[in-house]
Write a protein that binds this ligand. Structure first.
Ligand SMILES: *Cc1c(COP(=O)(O)O)cnc(C)c1O
Length: 254
């Protein structure tokens, strides 16, 4: 078990957000970075609507969700909240691309041309566009989604064909480990890949964003250049649902 405490009230959410922002600032200071260059994306998967509304009141106006149907349901339930945006951060099957096209403001787990094709088709029909990140498997674990690093350059070259997808950069999940010596190389790999792609990416494909770091490793990720940290438990509290429900094939790393 981990020690993440649950936030229920607006005041408790404010405190947790302040704590996370302080750790981001400390990691930035260590790395000589501007804290304004790191975006905190709160991840609200499994969290019920009443608590999400308090998180919103505390300032969480974009929320990350791993599963499309759960996100779509919450989007409908909270359509009354002004400017609340939803980021889909988990693997997508093509048969759910239509849902994502309908409500998401960003999709961080693009890893196949089939999904790009399906998303683009539905987005065009709706007259919408979508910010996307390409998911990369930097840990070399077969259970993880994402493209192998050496396949990303050729993949990215195909993306200008999908005019409703605005490619912004890369996303990864590091190895699940408390050992920085295992986690850090994943973040370094993603940053170095982005530097290479900045030279080779076609016109219109931006390689500015690095979405890496979660509750257990976001300080390390910021030290290594993360521009988006996806933080769930450190804001909302420990999840009872094992992470294997969200990343099939992984053991629960609690
Ligand atoms: C759940 C999730 C996170 C956040 O994990 P926490 O341990 O709650 O911080 C980040 N990224 C993805 C893709 C997730 O599914």
């Amino acid at each position: 078990m981990n020690t993440y405490t649950t936030a229920n009230t607006v005041a408790e959410f404010r405190q947790h957000l302040a704590d996370v922002h302080a750790r981001i600032a400390a990691a930035c200071a260590k790395a000589g970075r501007d804290p304004a260059s790191v975006r905190l994306l709160p991840v609200s998967k499994t969290v019920p609507e009443a608590r999400i509304r308090n998180a919103y009141a505390a300032g969480c106006h974009t929320l990350g969700e791993n599963k499309v149907q759960e996100a779509h349901r919450k989007w409908q339930a909270m359509a009354d909240l002004p400017d609340l945006k939803w980021a889909v951060i988990g693997h997508l099957q093509t048969n759910k691309a239509k849902l994502v096209a309908e409500f998401a403001s960003e999709f961080q787990a693009l890893d196949s041309l089939r999904v790009a094709t399906a998303l683009d088709k539905h987005l065009q029909a709706l007259g919408r566009s979508l910010d996307v990140l390409v998911q990369v498997n930097t840990s070399n674990e077969a259970s993880k989604f994402g493209l192998p690093p050496d396949a990303v350059e050729a993949f990215v070259k195909q993306l200008p064909a999908f005019s409703s997808l605005r490619v912004r950069g890369l996303m990864t999940l590091a190895s699940f480990s408390d050992d920085a010596a295992k986690v850090r190389p994943c973040f370094v790999r993603l940053r170095e890949l982005r530097e290479r792609l900045r030279q080779s990416a076609p016109a219109g494909i931006a390689m500015d964003e690095l979405s890496m770091g979660m509750s257990g490793d976001y300080a390390l990720a910021v030290e290594e250049g993360s521009t988006i940290v996806r933080v769930g438990q450190a804001i909302f509290g420990a999840r009872k649902v094992p992470d294997s429900a969200y990343w099939p094939g992984t053991a629960d790393h609690g």
